[in-house]
Design a protein around this ligand. Structure first.
Ligand code: MEV
Length: 438
């Protein structure tokens, strides 16, 4: 077991590595070499990455890919995706190609409201608290003007503050439920700064409020923090086409295909075990765009899954219908994304990704990202109800297996050719490699 270390963050990068290899890797120099292989030779760029977080010792690469041919609201996009899972980008590209000849994807932002809360306790008459809040609300909002003035210039700011009485659930517990428009910023720092200001002002104003007893003056702030649950920061994306334009695959006619597709979505609507995997597939597409564009995928994940259970039961984020011989497929979910601030101007690849998308504002990025999720879900269901998922998945995974066995380029070429017409399974790939190598 490694010893307790203090002041680790203050050590130089090479001393951190020395400590690691001494205590965790038996002084193996190969470990140092691996870490250094991933250092960038451009010292400035490396320093930038080192300074993103604490205790950085190397860089962790993910493939940065692109999925072309996305027609969204009649405009063509090539979507950047950062993801390691072999089949995701191929699936997105395939869905994009399929829908570009059927009117493309449509998308619209339904709302852009972000949320933050000040959680506090107040002991006393709740009617008096309400009166106090109402008389203080305007100055409470104004107290943050030094933080909000730039956001207001850009068209955003504080939308409202509500006092919420939660004392029936936890004794003496209340909230300031605050809503914000953060325009093109994800806005976490802006929201948290406003909330901390509101908390401070609330606490101090209570002390000088004459109608409060001493006990009532003593408001205790528990915490002030934004919420990643943003059901009012919603985007919708959809596709539709006449049933006759859907594929007739194998034994399935176009109508049977549409019906089977709708049935698959219905299953995800009512069965949480399926819904979680169904939504995971959606998030394959969404997270990849969120990461490539420098946004916070954990926030997006948390918000999306919470939204999927907003009615008390976890369900599908997509919907599919057949009406008047038309097949429609849609997604609706919250996406609190930003295109300014954070990593967007710092990380060169993020800048490049945003450039590729023609420097979208936050709303446009919400639309593009929702489309990536819908496309991913379309591709997954298409495979699931026709060939099964493994055929495409294993084809894309083939290269990983070959790399695992350190196949040479020549071996790769021969085996990729062989598996164009043969089913990829792990054991079959191993067998074929061994056969090639005699
Ligand atoms: C795999 O990463 C994602 C899928 O399982 C999604 C789904 O089942 O819908 C293929």
């Amino acid at each position: 077991m490694a010893p307790v270390v203090s002041g680790f963050s203050k050590l130089s990068k090479s001393d951190k590595i020395n400590w690691l290899i001494e205590h965790h890797f038996n002084n193996d120099q190969n470990t140092v070499d691996i870490l250094k292989t991933y250092w960038n030779s451009d010292k400035k760029l490396q320093q930038l990455h080192d300074e993103f977080t604490e205790n950085t010792i190397s860089n962790y690469y993910l493939p940065f890919s692109v999925a072309p041919n996305f027609l969204i609201n009649d405009k063509r996009f090539t979507i950047p995706m950062a993801i390691e899972e072999s089949s995701v980008v191929a699936a997105a590209s395939k869905a994009a190609k399929f829908w570009q000849n059927r009117g493309g994807f449509k998308a619209e932002v339904l709302s852009t409201v972000k949320v933050g809360q000040v959680h506090f306790t107040y002991t006393g008459d709740n009617k008096k608290l309400k009166t106090f809040f109402e008389s203080t609300k305007a100055s409470l909002i104004a107290s943050a003007s030094h933080i909000t003035k730039n956001m207001e210039k850009r068209g955003g700011g504080v939308l409202d503050i509500e006092l919420r009485d939660k004392s029936s659930e936890i004794e003496n517990y209340y909230q300031l439920h605050c809503t914000f428009n953060t325009v093109d910023a994800m806005g976490a720092n802006f929201i948290n700064s406003c909330l901390e200001q509101f908390a401070d002002y609330l606490m101090k104003s209570a002390i000088t409020y004459d109608d409060f007893t001493d006990e009532e003056k003593d408001i205790e702030i528990i915490m002030s923090i934004l919420s990643n649950y943003v059901p009012e920061c919603l985007v919708k994306a959809y596709v539709s086409c006449p049933i006759k334009d859907l594929p007739d695959v194998g034994a399935l006619s176009s109508l049977q295909y549409a019906e089977k597709f709708v049935r698959a979505v219905q299953i995800a609507k009512i069965e949480p075990y399926r819904a979680v995997t169904h939504n995971k597939g959606i998030m394959n597409g969404i997270d990849a765009v969120v990461l490539a564009t420098g946004n916070d995928f954990r926030a997006i994940e948390a918000g999306a899954h919470a939204y999927a259970s907003k009615d008390g039961k976890y369900t599908s984020l997509t919907d599919a219908t057949i009406e008047n011989d038309v097949f429609s497929f849609s997604i609706q979910l919250p996406l609190a994304l930003g295109t300014v601030g954070g990593l967007t101007t710092l990380h060169p690849l993020v800048k490049l990704a945003l450039h590729l998308l023609e420097n979208p504002n936050a709303k446009k990025l919400m639309e593009i990202t929702a489309v990536a999720g819908l496309a991913q879900n379309f591709a997954a269901i298409n495979s699931l109800i026709t060939t099964g998922i493994q055929q495409g998945h294993m084809k894309m995974h083939l290269m990983n297996i070959l790399n695992q066995f350190q196949a040479t380029n020549e071996e790769k070429e021969q085996l990729v050719e062989y598996f164009k017409t043969n089913t990829v399974t792990h054991s079959e790939v191993v067998y074929q490699i061994e056969k090639l190598r005699g």
